[in-house]
Design a protein around this ligand. Structure first.
Ligand SMILES: [Mn+2]
Length: 398
């Protein structure tokens, strides 16, 4: 994001906040104007700023169906995603449902063999295991076919997602996505983990009122997923991250403590981490698992209660991350040479190679796009079809 000062524009200076005019002008340039908006941005307040989860028009149905799963002792599966946003979302809902006494499993697809989102094979496998309810996190909004198949197999699906909403929605039992036209929710920029947190909040409020305050202890995970997913840090996201960084500094989660230790991150009560710590150190490690092998390793790390086991997972994750760095660098150098030789006069860069590892093609495309300031595609060549990632460049507003 660029900061531009609008010198000529008349702005309303909130004198009550006693701020330097240049700051007020900078904020106005970002559309943050007036005492209330400026205060909200500079001093995010959990009690004042976090919205009622039941503003989601489908939230009542979600809580009701989950209560039914608890009462009937049904098997519930969280269908997650392999990136930091999807993994943290999965952990939050899994632990919330467990607090309710529900037998819950988490299914995270394999980035390399299954790809993103639900797939028919996975749904059929979950049906064989007698799953009665699937709750998606950070995915599902395009899963028309999979929801249909689940319904045929006697499984209800609740979709929680934050991605762009297609014209036709899956016929799920409930859809919690702030971006659907009739979601009822006032803040559209939540990450997948923000949406999962809203569901957790609703469950604690209605079904675990005596433990209601506990839900805030998930904010460390919410901060990780929110920063990792690069959603704008305004509104509720800003509150989640501000408080989440504090929770992260006091986290009791063995997996995170071991990750900090192995990565040599100096994070504790006296050293509150920054969003940079998440963006550059914590999230890349969590993401490395799915890129190199399977995201289950990062998930297992985050939910592990035993310190010794958490240590083993953290060391393995560290190894995944080093490997990820190495193969990304090799592929990036290869694409760089190609870009310089063959795409100098072209408006975009298009690289296809048999050896580009599918787990990191997105990272490579991102690096090349940024370096050459051209939209970039990097694909792993397959026998009949090739898979890859496209990355664009920021639009210049003049
Ligand atoms: Mn996401």
């Amino acid at each position: 994001m660029d900061w531009k000062i609008k010198e000529n524009k008349k702005i309303d200076i909130p004198f009550d906040l006693n701020l330097p005019e240049v700051l007020v002008r900078l904020l106005a340039g970002r559309g943050i104007e007036g005492s209330e908006a400026v205060r909200e941005f500079l001093e995010p307040d959990y009690e004042k700023g976090v919205h009622d989860p039941f503003l989601f028009s489908d939230m009542g149905k979600v809580v009701e169906r989950i209560a039914q799963a608890r009462d009937n002792k049904e098997r519930v599966v969280i269908f997650g995603d392999y990136d930091a946003d999807g993994i943290t979302s999965s952990v939050i809902l899994k632990e919330t449902l467990e607090t309710l006494g529900i037998a819950v499993a988490v299914y995270i697809p394999d980035k390399r063999s299954e790809g993103y989102g639900m797939n028919l094979g996975a749904i059929e496998k979950l049906a064989e295991e007698e799953t009665k309810l699937i709750i998606t996190v950070d995915c599902g909004i395009t899963g028309i076919e999979e929801v249909e198949r689940a319904r045929e197999l006697g499984i209800d699906v609740i979709i929680t997602d934050h991605h762009h909403v297609p014209e036709e929605l899956p016929k799920a039992l409930a859809v919690i996505n702030p971006r659907t036209g009739n979601s009822g929710y006032p803040f559209l920029e939540l990450a997948g983990v923000g949406v999962a947190f809203k569901v957790a909040q609703a469950i604690f409020e209605k079904l675990l009122p005596q433990k209601k305050e506990q839900v805030k202890w998930f904010l460390d995970l919410v901060a990780i997923g929110t920063v990792a997913d690069c959603v704008p840090l305004v509104g509720e996201n800003r509150i989640f991250v501000k408080y989440g960084l504090l929770v992260l500094s006091k986290t009791k989660r063995n997996g995170l403590l071991q990750l900090f230790s192995v990565a040599r991150l100096n994070i504790d009560e006296n050293n509150v981490p920054s969003t940079r710590n998440i963006g550059f150190h914590i999230a890349p490690r969590i993401n490395a698992a799915g890129r190199i092998n399977h995201a289950n390793l990062a998930y297992d790390l985050l939910v592990e209660g035993d310190i010794a086991k958490a240590r083993v997972f953290a060391l393995e994750l560290e190894e995944n991350n080093s490997h990820r760095q190495k193969i990304t660098e090799t592929a990036t150098n290869e694409v760089k040479v190609l870009a310089e030789n063959s795409f100098k006069d072209k408006k975009l860069i298009f690289a296809v190679g048999e050896n580009f590892p599918i787990g990191v093609v997105g990272l490579v495309a991102g690096k090349i796009a940024q370096q050459f300031n051209k939209p970039t595609a990097v694909l792993q060549k397959g026998e009949t079809e090739s898979k890859g990632s496209f990355r664009s460049i920021p639009q210049v507003n003049i």
